[in-house]
Design a protein around this ligand. Structure first.
Ligand SMILES: [Zn+2]
Length: 320
């Protein structure tokens, strides 16, 4: 009896140990399954994000394609007759978060047009930028401010005479003043327009809103200002590629180059935001490499904005 009891106890202990082991392994297997499932879910989420992004890109590209199809064949329009275009990527975008567009099959054979645009000039770097552009025989667009000193006026004249486009970027560049009311916007617009016309001899046909049409500073609907520009037969241009030099002066040449080039292959029309400003030395340093890399892309040309250039605009009218 004693042995039997002892034996039973031993057997029970053994069974208990076996049970514990089974529970332990079961738990282990469950943990492994949970981890695997978790990883799979993360992976699927990533894929879903990628699918959503491509969907957005496709929609944008389609839109761009439809618009260019609607475009009339190149007609010489008189200097002030640029129609205000109707399209835009609808998303409210910040300088650093722009819609990314991939190439649709129809676009594969189409040439790519790249528009380098420089905001906020003229500056101490304008002459250097102009020399670099000349070196590569490339024309760009300068959205200038109302800098009324003779050196700045000469620089703007130089921009124009060397074949680049002079656009307007407001007179004062003071967001809170320009966007305070429609009257304030009109007053500033007329100042920059007449400044360029009377002092530089240029009747500009294009405008870039300070902060872009999608800026979050203006409490007034930006379309009110866009309507006014349309009445003046002036087209506003935003951008779809940002170098990032507007939000940081600390970017290296490599970072600027990367920002400009990383999504460029996806665009048929790429409007690149750069700055011509005294605190943006690295933009000047990066420019030769940026130009070389763009020119090295297949079927790609760098052009100045002209009156029939399809604009890239961030904000869309509701009734369109
Ligand atoms: Zn600016």
């Amino acid at each position: 009896m004693y042995y039997e009891g002892k034996y039973r106890k031993k057997r029970e202990k053994r069974q208990q140990r076996a049970r514990s082991r089974r529970i332990f392994f079961l738990a282990l297997i469950l943990v492994v399954i949970f981890i695997a499932l978790g990883m799979k879910i993360l992976e699927l989420e990533k894929e879903l994000l990628a699918v959503n992004a491509s969907l957005a890109k496709i929609q944008y590209t389609l839109k761009e394609y439809e618009e260019s199809a609607e475009e009339a064949p190149a007609v010489e329009t008189p200097a002030t007759m640029t129609p205000l275009p109707t399209q835009t990527p609808a998303a409210e975008v910040q300088e650093t978060e722009l819609p990314v567009v991939t190439q649709s099959p129809q676009e594969a054979s189409t040439s790519r047009k790249v528009y380098l645009t420089f905001d906020d000039g003229p500056s101490v770097y304008t002459a250097e930028i102009l020399d670099i552009l000349d070196e590569y025989d490339v024309k760009a667009t300068f959205f200038v401010l109302g800098k009324d000193d003779s050196a700045s006026i000469e620089l703007i004249q130089d921009i124009y005479e060397r074949g680049h486009t002079v656009g307007m970027h407001s007179y004062s560049h003071k967001y809170n003043e320009i966007y305070a009311s429609k009257e304030a916007f009109i007053e500033d617009y007329q100042k920059i327009y007449t400044f360029l016309r009377d002092k530089v001899g240029v009747e500009s046909f294009c405008y870039r809103f300070p902060g872009g049409s999608s800026n979050t500073i203006s409490s007034i609907d930006m379309m009110e200002f866009a309507d006014y520009l349309e009445e003046q037969r002036v087209t506003y241009y935003d951008w779809n590629i940002s170098s990032g030099d507007g939000s940081s002066t600390a970017l290296t040449v490599e970072q600027l180059k990367e920002n400009v080039l990383k999504d460029m292959a996806g665009y048929r029309t790429a409007v690149v935001l750069l700055h011509d400003s005294g605190d943006k030395r690295s933009t000047v340093d990066a420019l030769p490499e940026i130009i070389e890399a763009i020119l090295a892309m297949e079927d790609t040309e760098i052009l100045p904005i002209v009156e029939d250039t399809v604009p890239v605009q961030h904000v869309q009218r509701l009734n369109e």
